[in-house]
Design a protein around this ligand. Sequence first.
Ligand code: CU
Length: 382
Amino acid sequence: MITVRSVARMTGGVLLAMFIAGCSQTPTNHLKDGEFMIDGKIFGLAEAEVFTEDYAGPPVVGDYVTALPFLKPLDYKGNKTHEVRIDTFSQMVEVAPGVSFNAWTYGGTVPGPTLHVREGDRVIFTMKNRSDEEVVVTDPVKGMGPFYSQLQGNLYQKNRPSTSPMPHSMDFHSGTVAADDKWRTIAPGETIRFEWVANYPGVYMYHCGTPSVLMHTAMGQYGAVVVSPKNGFPTDDKVDHEFVIVQSEYYLEKAGDTYIYNHQAAMARDPSHVTFNGHVSALIDSPLRVKEGDRVRLYVLNAGPSDTSSFHVIGAILDRVWYEGNVENEWRGMQTVLLGASNSAVMEFIVPEAGLYKLVDHEFADAERGAAGTMIATPRDR
Ligand SMILES: [Cu+2]
């Protein structure tokens, strides 16, 4: 086992050859100077860079970055390096009819965009803190990736630009790095760039790690990363639909025409709203559409910040569940999956017949606060 960075530096070529020999697919990933490998995983990444840049382009960039509930299929073989930008900035967003607040966002929505990569992929991540700028996300953007085209197809949060200058950071649970380096806080106007390698498959949360983490997360700074296992799931060729669902809580109180965050309510774990995909009506006004007999795969993340989720599909049994999205953690025949704050699971079920199915947090105090969605199944061809 190689554990010392200098040894890995001397033997980097040998390790790379071993890595290539051990892979059935062609890796485009490799050890960079100073990195080392243990159990086929890459560690010891370069330090983050913090700088200022004159950037006014699209705040979300990446071919495999999507708006909820969509997930971009991985249409490439082996591993890939992804260049991803997700800027952080404020935005007025609606979370329930008539309830809007000045959210702190990644990319303009709550939750932020979903990133899809494969185990072994490398991500070169850039984030500018634009919390002092009014950033518009409702107009077409040149070179617009899937995230903004999907967002403009369904602006259910009724996004409006706003400012709220504030230090922020980015903590990807999918990365294995020194948090005091990569996840460091940057000031408004600063940009951070760092890399992480998707060493472990799973469905991961990302969030702001700047104190109060409770407040920054409850203000809207979180989202999902899906790291698909390098050899896939055993049912990959049987799945008809894939959707991503992120559950989270808001702690809001009325203040004039708008709503503001209530820290006492957050500390008391007394949410005003609990939502799937950021809005109490997100999966009700735009239900998931499937056919009877389809195999449906859900990537479910409970972002919290503090509550648990007892995820349940009324009328279906989850015949395969991979806890945390790791193919090694397989459960069968689950009625409900309990997810703590920042836990996740990949869940599959067969749609038994045409009809309307409710997705709920079976902790019904949360369902009544909004953690519910709808799936509509049409008849199959017989
Ligand atoms: Cu923050």
